[in-house]
Design a protein around this ligand. Structure first.
Ligand code: C5P
Length: 404
């Protein structure tokens, strides 16, 4: 039986072209046995009709706060209490702004304020609107209030732009809702997971450095997913824009050498799992200049002498610091073959390979598609958001551990 059976889900729809996809989401939810009620904002009515959503949800659809006949059936506070979960899909920039401000100027914002149930938003808007500092500030406010944010995905937009702001597909929203409502087992309680994430930053002189485009999102998502299952998680992170996931111990480092020392320190007592999700710089300066380097002389060229960095994961693997060692392999060609050779060379249990030549996944993207390899097995989860993928990867690693 689906974890959604008999769950009471309130689906809010705001004004945006992605609203037509929410009809499919409502259908998936009701098919799984959930009891679904739909609330539309005024803007949503320009994109979908009350009649359609009434037909797929099997309930009258509400859109106004001060509707005496609807209030007679179920008052808005009662409706807010009825919900086990509220999902707003699509959530427009305007809705996010009003919700972040605590406004209650229509039925949907009022319900969001009045509910004590978890609230999830699937933002959808033009990429420039999504990137706008006002939207990003509202987003951070909502995240800090534990509103779950699903997506948005990146890609081609209805307006012709390309970028982040597409609503996640109904099937992905459905999966995310299932996860939000599923009781999370605490089966990793008592385990210690150490995860590296983000880029390293290798100093050239006091103001310059060598680094890469890693956002840290995959490692942070893995840390959150392992923590949610009860593991005690140490996240050794290079510089990123991300907040440490709740309940995770974050150690911030800059260079590869610092990353290695911090990991060794965290695993004086061997960890249960080590995941190397960081994009560690392969080289660092032989000598870091103590003063800012000057462009002296007439030469148009300059040479930096670099030396190899320690391979963090290979070193830790040799030192047996964790019972299960998991690495990543970002490749641009022959992905599986190269990943397999890394698995062996670095002495790993599992390697998670991804093709970074694809622009729709991997580095700095919200989505990822990977293949997980062990010595003799291979798994390919579907392309999905990094947070959904992280949950699957933690599950795969846990299953692998139990067969070791
Ligand atoms: O060799 P490559 O960089 O492709 O290997 C990727 C894996 O090795 C990742 O898990 C990465 O975190 C880890 N790595 C490391 N230290 C390095 C280079 C890579 O831990 N110096």
């Amino acid at each position: 039986m689906s974890s959604l059976a008999n769950k009471q889900i309130l689906v809010g729809i705001t004004g945006g072209i992605a609203a037509y996809k929410t009809i499919e989401l409502v259908r998936l939810l009701t098919k799984a046995g959930a009891d679904v009620q739909v609330v539309l904002t005024e803007g949503a009515k320009a994109f979908v009709t009350e009649m359609t959503l009434q037909a797929v949800s099997g309930h009258p659809v509400r859109s106004t706060l001060l509707d005496p006949s609807a209030e007679l059936g179920m008052g808005h506070i009662e409706l807010a209490k009825w919900a086990d979960l509220i999902i707003i899909a699509p959530a427009s920039a305007d809705f996010m702004a009003r919700y972040a401000q605590g406004m209650a100027n229509d039925l949907l914002t009022t319900l969001c304020l009045a509910t004590e149930a978890p609230v999830a938003l699937a933002p959808a808007m033009n990429q420039a609107m999504w990137k706008h500092p006002a939207t990003q500030t509202n987003l951070q406010t909502l995240i800090s209030r534990d509103v779950a944010i699903i997506g948005p995905a990146s890609g081609a937009q209805a307006c012709g732009d390309v970028g982040a702001g597409r609503m996640e597909e109904p099937v992905d929203l459905f999966k995310a809702i299932e996860q939000l409502l599923a009781p999370i087992q605490q089966d990793l309680a008592g385990q210690h997971w150490v995860i590296t994430a983000g880029p390293t930053m290798e100093a050239i002189d006091p103001v310059r450095y060598i680094s890469n485009h890693s956002s840290g999102k995959m490692g942070y998502a893995l840390a959150a997913a392992a923590q949610a299952r009860g593991a005690s998680v140490t996240l050794v992170s290079g510089p990123t824009q991300l907040d440490a996931p709740q309940g995770v111990k974050r150690i911030e480092i800059k260079s590869a050498e610092d990353m290695l020392s911090a990991c060794r320190e965290a695993m004086v007592k061997p960890a249960d799992v080590f995941i190397g999700a960081a994009a560690v710089a392969d080289f660092r300066m032989k000598e870091v200049a103590s003063q800012k380097m000057k462009k002296t002389g007439d030469s148009d060229e300059m040479q930096l002498t670099l030396v190899k960095n320690p391979d963090v994961i290979a070193t830790l693997s040799q030192e047996n610091t964790a019972k299960c060692m998991v690495g990543f392999a970002a490749e641009t060609q022959d992905v599986i073959a190269y990943a397999k050779s890394k698995l062996e060379r670095k002495g790993l249990d599992l390697i998670i390979a991804n093709d970074v030549s694809r622009t729709d996944i991997g580095f700095n993207n919200d989505e990822n598609q990977v293949t997980v390899l062990s010595k003799d097995q291979q798994w390919t989860p579907p392309k999905e958001s990094k947070s959904a993928l992280a949950i699957e990867l933690v599950e795969l690693i846990t299953q692998y551990q139990s067969t070791k």
